[in-house]
Ligand binder design. Structure first.
Ligand code: PEP
Ligand code: MG
Length: 878
């Protein structure tokens, strides 16, 4: 049997999208629903692919099938292409699998030539209409099929209008249009060296071929790249009988959404024009009327349209975007598709549809993309204002949100300036010393650093907008200037930062504040009913923990204790502790740190009130804490009683070539056990105090960066011994567990042995990714971007968990750990814990919980529900 390349609208349905394209599949579906669709047929996407495989020629069997379908169409409508009694006119439109608005080509009024135009004019007793249609056709055909530039035709129209003192195209009368047609044909001949084709069959085949070709025009290719649409899909071509909205006062054309695409409200939202063709609405030549006015203009038709719109919505189980034309008082639907909408409308519509019984709660959850949730939780820039904004630079979208402020290049100056107006901190990179500047700023922009760099992790934790790794910026700290190409900005100048796109703009861009509607809360409650994975938060202090609990976190999954040392009074103690000459000296500073830590832990326990709190023992990449400037070095030297030279020598001896692979995590605990013991004591004291105050306490003590069984066995023993001693001493019990982070590939491979000494595993996928790939998490952005562009990496592995490598190691660890302890608690606390795609993967390998920054808790709750529903991929807005 020969393959079927061409389908009548009566032969297809909505599920044949990949073969018929979105438009073709929906036209066929509407036809089967009994909706008045002008008849026609679809040439499949496979025909487009075969056109390319066949050296850009349409195969004879496809041509044959097109002709057969054309005959069927002619019979159905009682008109014939090129016929001098009753000529058929058709539209030829592309129709890709995923909508690519305006990217490919369309030709209207095909079938007109010198003769059929006269027939059309006489039949309708309207020469103006006939010649206007003909000139539009010549112009579109010349542009789409032969590549004759549009402006050459526009020049003629402008001249004719000027000569006659007309303002609009519609002022041209039949005589003007007749002359325009002659001039257009002459342009065609001059530009192509051929006469404008009078053969309507030739017109049709050339048009079909041109639509196939438009699949590979530049703008379509760029659009596909931007929206991750495969080049292999091809486009379908829809040939459809023309209906005219421009034949008089009982005609019209319009576009309407079945609901409001901005708010999601259940009301028609659209516009239309009486006596016009579709392109007039789009081109803005005349101001269209609001769709509600149609109710007065043509009440019956309006009612019919409302009914159709509801019917289509129910049928597609989603809000629709519908194009229609009215010809001679009769309503035709030309297209329907799922409507694009704002994130707020995504939620409103999905929840309303559940309430109306159209979709299930699960379907509603699958419709919400994590990008959309992100936008709902953070301010965004107003679209129109954004279009006019001048982009300064682009970096990594490290922490979402939108902020405008005055730039400052040091934390101290940012803190000072923030007292008078909003500030944005711009740094080459941030370090713990910058923490107060970060707190005072509306946004943080850095030149260096990736998605897990200090700036990114800390900003995300604070819910603060951040763009990292803007590599083309030059910051001159001395002159206090920021240079990007030719543009120079001074301290105090205003910029706007979009943490969701990674773009930075000069000047102010208007903002839209975050929205958190009742319907969204409802959707979240459904997600909680459905999900199986638990959701915890990475929170380093009481404030973050409270924010996280408000967002629905079930506990703290990671408290990075080194982050508790960032504040000025503490950082100097930590520095002195690190730089102490010997154990005795170190213990002196540790003794001063202990009550401070204990107080912080106590506050978190109190806020958590029985929810589990996971405290990770100190894991500072030492370089982040070493003093850098001469003044600080002088002060510390004096305070610890050494000379500046001696202190510099000590700093030099501690400094590492590769700090992220150096003396950090449990290695520090092994070499200076007194540090971890101080922390265990601070935890015990805080827990005992909280218990005495009537609070439940469940604490997990987590040992970082374990790679050897002996590291964890040694440290666990010491910690348990101390905690038990404290419990005994104060005769107050509390729930505690000791476990480890899994961040080193070796730990995954020996997970069965590590599990002997651990009550839980928490995958630290930031370090695990760094060490599995061998990519520095602070520098990799330099080449990851290029790798992505060259298709070497599909995505940044620090953002989306690497399925074939890192996840495999995690799976090995999960299986091995369960061999030793079948019920061991397993979860993730790397940045991937707040990424939807990664959460789906974590669920696949059987992790019981995810922990993420407070502001991603909601995304994680929804993603965990999607995982329980069995989603493979996140929702897309393609
Ligand atoms: C990790 O490595 O994934 C982790 C959570 O720890 P940190 O980012 O603090 O190194
Ligand atoms: Mg780590």
């Amino acid at each position: 049997m020969t393959k079927k390349y061409v389908y009548n609208f009566s032969e297809g349905n909505k599920d044949m999208r990949s073969l018929l394209g979105g438009k073709g599949a929906n036209l066929a579906e509407m036809k089967s629903l009994g909706i008045n669709v002008p008849p026609g047929f679809t040439i499949t996407t496979e025909s487009c692919n075969s056109y390319y495989e066949n050296g850009e020629r349409i195969k004879p069997e496809i041509l044959k099938q097109i002709n057969e379908q054309l005959e069927i169409l002619e019979k159905e409508i009682g008109k014939k292409l090129g016929c001098l009694e009753n000529p058929l006119l058709v539209s030829v439109r592309s129709g890709a699998v995923y909508s690519m608005p305006g990217m490919m080509d369309t030709i209207l009024n095909l079938g007109l030539n010198d003769e059929t135009t006269i027939v059309l004019a006489k039949k309708n007793n309207n020469y103006r209409f006939a010649y206007d249609s003909y000139r539009r056709f010549i112009q579109m055909f010349s542009d789409v099929v032969m590549g004759v530039e549009k402006y050459k035709f526009e020049e003629v129209l402008t001249r004719v209008k000027q000569e006659n003192g007309y303002e609009q195209d519609s002022d041209m009368n039949e005589k003007d249009l007749f002359k325009v047609v002659e001039e257009f044909k002459a342009i065609y001949k001059k530009e192509t060296g051929k006469e404008f084709p009078m053969s309507v069959k030739e017109q049709l085949m050339l048009a079909v071929e041109a639509v196939f070709k438009s699949w590979n025009n530049n703008r379509a290719k760029v659009y596909r790249r931007l929206h991750s649409i495969s080049d292999k899909l091809g486009t379908a071509v829809n040939i459809q009988a023309m209906v005219f909205g421009n034949m008089g006062e009982n005609c019209g054309t319009g576009v309407s959404f079945s609901r409001n695409p901005v708010t999601g409200e259940d009301e028609l939202f659209g516009e239309y024009l009486i006596n016009a063709q579709g392109e007039d609405v789009v081109a803005g030549i005349r101001t269209p009327k609001n769709i509600s006015v149609l109710e007065e203009d043509m009440p019956n038709l309006y009612k019919e349209f409302v009914d159709i719109s509801k019917k289509l919505e129910k049928h597609y189980k989603d809000m629709q975007d519908i194009e229609f034309t009215i010809e001679d008082g009769k309503l035709y639907i030309l297209q329907t598709r799922n409507a694009k909408r704002t994130p707020n409308a995504v939620v409103e519509v999905a929840v309303s549809l559940v309430e109306e019984g159209v979709i299930t709660k699960e379907e509603a959850i699958l419709r919400i993309g994590s990008d959309e949730v992100n936008k709902l939780l953070h301010a965004t820039f107003e679209e129109k204002s954004l279009k006019n904004a001048k982009q300064l630079t682009q970096g990594l979208a490290a922490s979402p949100g939108a902020a405008t402020g005055h730039i400052y290049f040091s934390a101290e100056e940012a803190v000072e300036a923030a007292k008078k107006y909003p500030v944005i901190l711009v740094r080459e990179e941030t370090s713990p010393e910058d923490i107060e500047g970060m707190v005072s700023s509306q946004a943080i922009v850095t030149l260096r650093g990736g998605m897990t760099s200090h700036a990114a992790v800390v900003a995300r934790g604070m819910g603060k907008c951040c763009v990292c790794g803007c590599q083309n910026m030059i910051i001159d700290y001395k002159d206090k200037t920021l240079r990007v190409s030719d543009e120079v900005l001074n301290e105090g100048d205003v910029i706007s930062v979009d943490g969701s796109s990674g773009k930075v703009y000069s000047g102010e861009v208007e903002k839209v504040e975050a929205q958190f509607s009742e319907r969204f809360k409802k959707l979240l409650s459904w997600a909680d009913e459905i999900r199986e994975m638990r959701v915890f938060a990475n929170a380093d202090n009481e404030t973050d923990a409270k924010v996280a609990f408000d967002f629905g976190a079930e506990g703290v999954g990671l408290c990075r204790t080194e982050h508790m040392f960032f504040e000025e009074d503490r950082i100097s103690l930590v520095r002195k502790m690190i730089l102490a000459a010997d154990t005795q000296e170190r213990v002196k500073f540790l003794d001063r740190l202990q009550p401070i830590q204990s107080e912080d832990f106590y506050k978190i326990f109190k806020a958590a009130d029985g929810k589990s709190v996971n405290i990770r023992l100190l894991d500072p990449p030492l370089h982040e804490f070493l003093p850098k400037d001469d003044k600080t070095i002088e002060v510390i030297a004096e305070e610890i009683g050494v000379t500046v030279a001696q202190l510099n020598a000590k700093i030099k001896s501690i400094a590492e070539f590769n700090p992220m692979m150096g003396h950090r995590g449990c290695r520090l605990g092994m070499t200076y056990p007194e540090i971890y013991l101080m922390q265990a004591k601070a935890i015990s004291a805080a827990a005992i105090r909280a218990r005495k105050d009537g609070h439940e306490v469940t604490v997990e003590i987590m040992i970082p960066l374990v790679g050897l069984e002996k590291e964890i066995s040694y440290l666990r023993e010491k910690i348990v011994e101390l905690v038990e001693k404290e419990i005994h001493l104060y005769a107050t019990d509390f729930n505690y567990k000791v476990g480890t982070m899994i961040e080193i590939p070796r730990a995954c491979l020996i997970a069965d042995k590590v599990a002997k000494h651990a009550d839980f595993f928490s995958f630290g996928t930031n370090d695990l990714t760094q060490l599995t790939f061998g990519y520095s998490r602070d520098d990799a952005e330099k080449f990851i971007d290029i790798y992505k562009k060259k298709n070497i990496l599909e995505s940044d592995p620090f953002v989306h968990l690497d399925e074939s490598g890192v996840l495999q190691l995690m799976e090995i660890a999960v299986n091995k750990a369960r061999q030793t302890k079948p019920n061991i608690k397993l979860g993730i606390c790397g940045e991937h814990g707040g990424d939807e795609k990664s959460i789906l993967l974590c669920s696949k390998i059987g992790l019981g919980y995810v922990s993420c920054s407070p502001y991603r808790v909601i995304i994680a709750r929804i993603a965990a529900a999607k995982a329980a529903i069995g989603a493979e991929e996140s929702a897309t807005t393609k």
